[in-house]
Design a protein around this ligand. Structure first.
Ligand code: SF4
Length: 367
């Protein structure tokens, strides 16, 4: 292990289900939320005792839509985490849907240490938003951002999506302009993936989805536009103002240790990997599935290459006590001639142009 650990807490409730979403979440009911929070508080105490030798420096409450459980429940969860885990100077993030933020008391959350809010925007074009089955509107995003900022929390991240139904270069520009005007510190932009068992899978032929070439054009356009507006790309899908990269998410890409609590949450701690199944009932029954040892060298290479900093040879050697495979360096050198990679004595990494074809290059590095 190189760094401190991250704590992830999953809230599996949403006001309604978006048509493309594969995350483990269900429509909220007050009674179920109360039962869930009670069990989560118990789990926090139990796992806090079990890992009291570890230092944590991030808490990430994700979902689902954590804001649907309300301020008091979020407050209790964070207070319990700070009481039972050894948490030092943490980045504390809560994911929110813009239309549930109106009911949240951000000042109270700030007082318990929350210093980062991640809002799902996805698009600023109402035809696209409706097509995706999302329930918020642009005004909800604007008022959420205003409310968060007036509480004194200035680290706001906005999520966008590319490759969504009906998207055009102009509509993508419109979504980026909308976000940039709200002056967030961080923007995530994921390419839509059609997941099995979602309504989008069934509807795909009728959705008028951009093809792969168009998606690639959108991605390149987005990289250039966000960079021109002061957001530096530090990971394949993530852009930030200097110093506002997500500390929690970087832990996953660096193979640092993390503990995830709640159905579908994964953990990697003490060289063990385990997860809670995608079932609230299994979570209540404390069912945990162990899936083996810590990160493999292939995973380490694959995840490191997602970051702008790339694969740092010393970190790999410290982790696995062996040198970086020659094949990795040879492949990176081959692609350097075409401007896709950068190679020096200490690391190999992808350039912004290389991020677009990362799957091909990384697969070849691992052959
Ligand atoms: S709000 Fe987020 S987690 Fe909930 S259904 Fe929509 S995309 Fe999925």
């Amino acid at each position: 292990m190189k760094n401190n650990c991250g704590l992830y807490i999953h809230i599996p409730f949403c006001s309604s289900k978006c048509l493309y979403c594969d995350f483990y979440s269900k429509a909220d009911s007050k009674e179920e939320i109360n039962t869930y929070v009670t069990h989560m508080l118990w789990a926090i105490e139990k796992f806090g005792k079990e890992y009291n030798g570890k230092i944590f420096d991030t808490i990430y409450i994700g979902g689902g839509t954590p804001s649907v459980i309300g301020t008091n429940n979020l407050y209790s969860i964070i207070t319990a985490a700070k009481k039972h885990f050894n948490i030092i100077n943490p980045e504390i993030t809560i994911e929110m849907n813009p239309c549930t933020a109106g009911k949240i008391d951000f000042e109270k959350l700030k007082n318990t240490g929350v210093n980062r809010i991640s809002l799902g925007v996805q698009s600023a074009n109402e035809n696209e938003i409706k097509k995706m089955g999302r329930i918020h509107r642009n005004n909800d995003v604007k008022s959420a951002v205003e409310k968060i900022k007036s509480s004194g929390i200035d680290n706001i991240s906005l999520d966008l999506m590319i490759g969504i139904p009906q998207q055009t270069t102009e509509s993508l520009k419109n979504s980026m302009d909308f976000c940039i005007e709200l002056e967030p510190k961080h923007i995530s932009a994921y390419i839509l993936k059609i997941e099995e068992n979602t309504p989008f899978k069934r509807l795909a032929p009728t959705l008028n989805l951009p093809n792969e070439d168009t998606q690639a054009d959108f991605y390149e356009y987005m990289q250039g536009y966000l960079s021109k507006n002061g957001f530096e790309q530090y990971e394949i899908s993530n852009f930030a103002k200097a110093g506002y990269e997500s500390k929690h998410n970087i832990k996953y890409w660096q193979c640092d240790e993390y503990l995830g609590l709640g159905p579908s949450a994964h953990s990697m701690l003490n060289s063990k990997r385990f997860y809670f199944p995608r079932s609230i009932t299994d979570f209540y029954n404390n069912k945990v599935v162990y899936e083996g040892e810590g990160a493999t060298s292939e995973e380490f290479i694959m995840l490191s290459m997602r970051l702008k900093t790339g694969l740092i040879f010393k970190e790999y050697t410290d982790f696995f006590h062996k040198p970086v495979p020659r094949q990795c360096i040879a492949v990176a050198k081959k692609y350097e001639r075409y401007g896709y990679t950068k190679v020096d004595n200490a690391s190999v990494s992808l350039t912004p142009k290389g991020f677009l074809v990362s799957n091909t290059i990384i697969a070849e590095m691992l052959e």
